[in-house]
Design a protein around this ligand. Structure first.
Ligand code: BJW
Ligand code: ZN
Length: 261
């Protein structure tokens, strides 16, 4: 089905002073990165991702959990940003004020050219000691992880003599990084329009951001091929893959403007 960009949306976006884009796993799906709620395979097929993304799971079987994160890190390192990441990076160049907030732990926004994404759930590239919290540097290069996965014992910390290294991500039950959350909330309060792209809107407090924006009469635009709980909150629901919808919005709203004499 063709994706129609309403004229009203084009006018709103052209007049907007500050736009926020809020992204989830769906934006990286077209780069070949499984979303969080896709079924797992191989070593992890008995688990949901949410069973593995907890401090309890790491305590119970740290080699299973570390192996899963190393597999995901390798997958991301081999992946390339897709047209949705590129459209968001282009958007940053044309609107007067712009903020990108992501729940993703990959670095595909940065590699597409976005200057300063706010990472609410941390990053695959910033592991730290689970004992003393000092950062750990991954060895250079892409880890060679088989598709079905494998158990891998996490390295030990060289500073405190034995703490296990854990992924630098925010697990269920853990607090979001305070400064990232403060900046994200401030941007949402200040913006005129917010795009919610490729997120199931199920995980809090991140999922509050578009709801809070709508409550404050900001224009909320959702981009997702599937229905979510945000459908009734968003003023515009653009149903389709982000890699098609976002370049289309960009071209229709800003490219035409720039082409005018
Ligand atoms: C496409 C597409 C295409 C596909 N184009 N779209 C209030 C109520 C109830 C519970 C809570 C609450 N407040 C807090 C909680 C508890 C909990 C929570 O939210 N639980 C819910 C599951 C109910 N939250 C927390 O624990 C948070 N911490 C916290 O609240 O701290 C305070 C506290 C302290 C102590 C005790 C209790 C509370 C922390 C949440 C951390 C989430 N971490 C994870 C893992 C990160 C590391 C990792 O990646 O492994 O973050 S969970 C996981 O979900 C990951 C994601 O960032 C996050 C969101 O998922 P996302 O991005 O939406 O992905 P999917 O897969 O769900 O959806 C993909 C979407 O894309 C789909 O809609 C597709 O249709 C779409 N799509 N192709 C566009 N081409
Ligand atoms: Zn340590």
């Amino acid at each position: 089905m063709p994706i129609l960009i309403p004229d009203e949306l084009v006018s709103i976006l052209r007049a907007a002073r500050h736009i926020v884009v809020f992204t989830g796993a769906g934006i990286s799906a077209e780069s070949g990165i499984p979303t969080f709620r896709d079924a797992l395979t191989g070593l992890w097929e008995r688990f949901d991702a949410s069973d593995l993304a907890t401090a309890d799971a790491f305590r119970r079987d740290r080699a299973l959990v570390w192996g899963w994160y190393e597999w995901r890190r390798a997958k991301v390192m081999r992946a390339q940003p897709n047209p949705a990441h590129l459209a968001i990076a282009a958007l940053e160049q044309v609107v007067p004020s712009f903020t990108l907030i992501t729940q993703n732990v990959d670095d595909l926004h940065e590699r597409a050219g976005s200057s300063a994404p706010i990472h609410l759930h941390g990053s695959l590239q910033s592991p730290r000691c689970s004992g003393c919290a000092r950062p750990f540097e991954h060895p250079p290069g892409i880890p060679d992880e088989p598709e079905g996965g494998r158990h891998i014992e996490p390295p030990r910390c060289a500073h405190c003599g034995g703490g296990r290294i854990r992924p630098g991500v925010v697990w269920f039950g853990e607090s979001l990084p305070e400064e990232a959350w403060r900046q994200a909330h401030k941007a949402v309060m200040d913006c005129d329009a917010l795009f919610s792209v490729g997120t199931s809107s199920l995980v809090f407090p991140a999922a509050e951001l578009p709801i809070e924006a709508a409550r404050k009469n900001k224009v909320v635009i959702q981009v997702n091929p599937q229905p979510t709980r945000l459908d009734t909150v968003a003023r515009f629901n653009l149903v389709g893959p982000a890699g098609s919808v976002l370049p289309k919005i960009y071209a229709r709203t800003w490219h035409d403007v720039q082409d005018q004499p």
